[in-house]
Unconditional design. Structure first.
Length: 201
């Protein structure tokens, strides 16, 4: 698989001969279909930018996801951006944030920068809304923090945060399982199910 991926990259770059994107795609696809995360990531790039193949965001997401699920930090980063922009998938801030957090934990400096921009945008948005429901979970890991204490402090008094991920650590650091925490007038509800919730008044 390493050799197939390397050969694909060489064909794409024109190393050792003429640049041949269709040959690059063929070799990268062989390695990707055998589960090689680096090749899956490169195929995602090719489909995202239409290099050697027709531009297809759905296929870009497919290959990025396969790479991301194997721990490829660049695949995780690109998948986070695809969710953020709604390319090949429905725009979804939570999934975008989740994949960017995972990419950051995997060592992607690009994801760290993207996260900072997201945090600034979320902080500004939270000032304008009254209720937030958090559900982000990462299988087998602690839930990512989506709403920091600083963000809570920027929210208007009377706002409510419902954290349904509290059992896995919570998407808000002040969440406590089965409790309603009042932080400067903002209620943080730590619940694992919304079916029995009674919102505070």
């Amino acid at each position: 698989m390493d050799a197939q991926c390397a050969l694909g990259k060489m064909c794409a770059a024109g190393e050792g001969g003429d640049q041949d994107e269709s040959e690059a795609t063929r070799w990268l696809r062989k390695a990707a279909e055998q589960g090689y995360a680096g090749a899956q990531f490169h195929l995602g790039l090719m489909y995202e930018y239409g290099e050697g193949v027709s531009n297809d965001y759905n296929l870009a997401v497919k290959w990025y996801r396969l790479a991301a699920e194997q721990g490829n930090a660049l695949g995780q980063y690109k998948l986070g951006l695809m969710y953020l922009d709604g390319r090949g998938v429905f725009a979804d801030y939570v999934y975008s944030r989740m994949w960017l957090i995972i990419a950051s934990m995997s060592g992607s400096t690009e994801a760290v920068e993207a996260q900072k921009k997201q945090e600034n945008l979320l902080s500004e948005t939270l000032k304008k809304i009254d209720i937030v429901i958090c559900t982000a979970l990462i299988p087998g890991k602690t839930a990512p923090v989506l709403i920091s204490q600083d963000m809570l402090e920027s929210m208007a008094s009377g706002s409510v945060v419902v954290d349904l991920a509290v059992e896995a650590g919570g998407n808000c650091p002040l969440s406590k399982l089965g409790e309603v925490v009042d932080h400067n007038g903002v209620k943080v509800i730590g619940s694992v199910s919304y079916t029995h919730l009674t919102l505070p008044t």
